[in-house]
Design a protein around this ligand. Sequence first.
Ligand code: HEM
Ligand code: HEM
Length: 179
Amino acid sequence: MAALTDSHHRYGFVTRVLHWGMALLFAAQLASAAAHALLPREHALRETLWSYHPTLGATLFVLVLLRGAWGLFNLPRRPPHSGTLGRAAVAGHAAIYALMVVVPGVRLLAAAGGTRGFDYLGFRIFAPRETEIAWMQAPAELHGEMGWILAVLIAGHVFMALVWHRLVQRDEVLGRMAG
Ligand code: HEM
Ligand code: HEM
């Protein structure tokens, strides 16, 4: 069985499960966002996909915190990124991490300061307030825009992994997460 922790040559089992599991969940989350943006309000597919958006988004928020903590714990032994492209890759991963926290974070903050409250799988997380707290709502106005920026970064990330590293450079970068 693959090692649980990362090494200088490859990402370990836990990092891979988090990476590929969350990649699938992000695909579902962005599908629901796309349906929300593109389909008419009463469309059945839009309603179905939208029904899980807040719950899956909150799940991703918790998962990215766990993943970030695991990444920091493994930082001294992770595969290296050298040269200009390597530094750009690190910056790109950091931007993806930041948005993975901030995008659901601003919506959860708004729910915490809102009049509707927030339930997660039947558990009450935030009770409804009598009046909403304006400063807790304001950042959520950029939720959708930041979500689409995250989608563009993910598309660039997938392009770099599959086209640049796998097809053009033919190096070991995809293999250390997938091989
Ligand atoms: C990583 C997690 C998340 C991603 C990637 C994401 C992405 C998006 C995107 C791209 C949109 C824009 C859809 C459009 O253009 O019509 C959107 C809208 C929305 N999302 Fe999320 N979302 C996430 C988490 C959440 C969470 C946790 C909540 C609620 C607690 C939430 C509630 C909403 C709502 C109410 C809208 C419609 C209003 C608006 O655009 O702000 N989302 N989301
Ligand atoms: C087909 C889809 C995907 C492929 C082929 C892919 C490929 C890879 C590869 C090869 C690495 C290692 C890169 C390196 O060591 O420099 C990596 C790391 C990473 N990927 Fe992806 N990826 C995919 C989807 C995603 C998605 C959807 C996200 C975010 C929502 C994401 C976020 C990250 C992050 C943050 C890292 C840095 C390592 C970590 O902390 O997990 N990837 N990916």
